[in-house]
Design a protein around this ligand. Structure first.
Ligand code: AIR
Length: 174
């Protein structure tokens, strides 16, 4: 848990072996001071825990769930089937993944009626940014932090453009 406040975001993953990827989501939420909880929930190994997690999420105050899994990655979709809280899925190229596509397609190809917002392979940070953006719709302080984050990103690229121009000139950046 990032702070002592009540969690707004739930980060769940199929195994502790996913943590090296999912850590990026926790790090971003922490940097934005968004309270979150993080735990292991496996669709296949702990199916009852998965149902209990989804069924209690709303009452516990969660606004978004970030769910990561690898291989036959059914966790995000099954959580989405059980709650109306938005679910962001993180496909993980795990040890048992063929090449990552197994996880991507398992999370992405949901049937009509049960959406999962799927980010790129291992893109746990993007999942956290999207979660923050959803929460920011109703939270001015988080919205302001996101604006600052985007400005910083732009400044970093601007610096790289200037550095690049020192060696590689272009007509566009006069
Ligand atoms: N997994 C665990 N339960 C269901 C699934 N799909 C996934 C985990 C992890 C992969 O299986 O999300 O990416 C390998 O898990 P482990 O525990 O064998 O390292």
């Amino acid at each position: 848990m990032s702070t002592n406040n009540k969690a707004m975001v739930g980060i769940i993953m199929g195994s502790d072996s996913d943590l090296s990827v999912m850590q990026a989501a926790a790090d971003f939420l922490q940097s934005m001071q968004i309270p979150f909880e993080l735990t292991i929930v496996s669709a296949h190994r702990t199916p009852q825990r998965m149902m209990d997690y989804a069924n209690t999420a709303k009452a516990r105050g969660l606004q978004v769930i970030i769910a990561g899994a690898g291989g036959a990655a059914h966790l995000p979709g099954m959580i989405a089937s059980t709650t109306t809280i938005p679910v962001i899925g993180v496909p993980i190229k795990s040890t048992n993944s063929i090449d990552g596509w197994d996880s991507i397609l398992s999370i992405l190809q949901m049937p009509n009626g049960v959406p999962v917002a799927t980010v790129a392979l291992n893109a746990a940070k993007n999942a956290a940014i999207l979660a923050a953006q959803i929460i920011a719709l109703q939270n001015t302080s988080i919205a302001e932090k996101l604006v600052a984050y985007k400005q910083t990103m732009q400044q970093e690229v601007t610096k790289k453009i200037i550095d690049t121009k020192k060696k590689w000139n272009n007509e566009f950046d006069k």
